[in-house]
Design a protein around this ligand. Sequence first.
Ligand SMILES: [Zn+2]
Length: 355
Amino acid sequence: MTTPGVGAEPWPRRVDPMTDLPARRLLLVHAHPDDESINNGATMARYAAEGARVTLVTCTLGEEGEVIPPRLAHMAPDRDDTLGPHRVGELAEAMKELGVTDHRFLGGPGRFRDSGMMGVEQNERPGAFWSADVDEAAALLVEIIREVRPQVLVTYDPNGGYGHPDHIQAHRVAMRAADLSPDPDFRPDLGEPWEIAKVYWNRVPRGAALEGFARLRRDLAEPGKLPFGRAASITEVPGVVDDHVITTEIDGSGFASAKAAAMRAHATQIEVHEPYFALSNELAQPLLVDECYELVRGRREGGGRESDLFDGIPGTSEGIPGSSEDLPGTSEGLRGTSEENSGTSFEGAQNGTGL
Ligand SMILES: [Zn+2]
């Protein structure tokens, strides 16, 4: 870091992002606005509250989603096709509820379009995320990884949790970017290499899901207790696995209301009645507050379930907020700050071309 003085570059010439980066940095890659709140709302709120840098990258605007409130039905893709920009606003509201300030769209808002459900003609539409080149999309994510230097990445399993093309593609792009980012020969123009220490896939333990559905069915049997008519099937919940697959469980009990509020902010997509919710199919599901993961890259300490995504990562113990001493490469050749890269941030959407 230089100091201001006669003959020096104008001050500050460039903000060193490392000085602004807290010790713990978490990156989440999702397909559509709302996926982050349903899957990781409590996790995001917890780490944001603890002072970690939480970065959300959403790959599409969710233009093909079905609209729940009748008064907003005109936004549907086969009518006004204005759902995407509306969901940008819903996502911003959800992030306020979770206390997350760094949320971006991959390549900027509208770069990739929602591909719709598997097998529909929108899959092949120009600009659809499903038809994007994985390496090209991954390079956009590498630039973000090298800027924010996350130790932990959270994304979907290879099936995207439930087979939606955008979720599968988000998985592919996230895993590819995690491979490319530490490679010094890959696009040095995108910043200094950075290796992500741990990669997790979103998971739901079958035991907790079954318990939640049993409680839901009891509540549904009481006339007038819930605004929902029927329960979904457990097979409609993405990422359900046998309990032994779970490596990590985040206690979200302190963040249940933040998670519910964030889900509620996605009002075109989700109807919330705690501790349950329904998507546009109007089938109720349990709203799970403890969020579970499968560690697929990186070391796990001990045999039991982890209770912290940063477990075992040097320099990230609790109580070291903002420490940069033990972070390598803090001065040379770093990419610009998020302000400089606002084309890929949510703020870009607000100042942009009416998306
Ligand atoms: Zn989705």
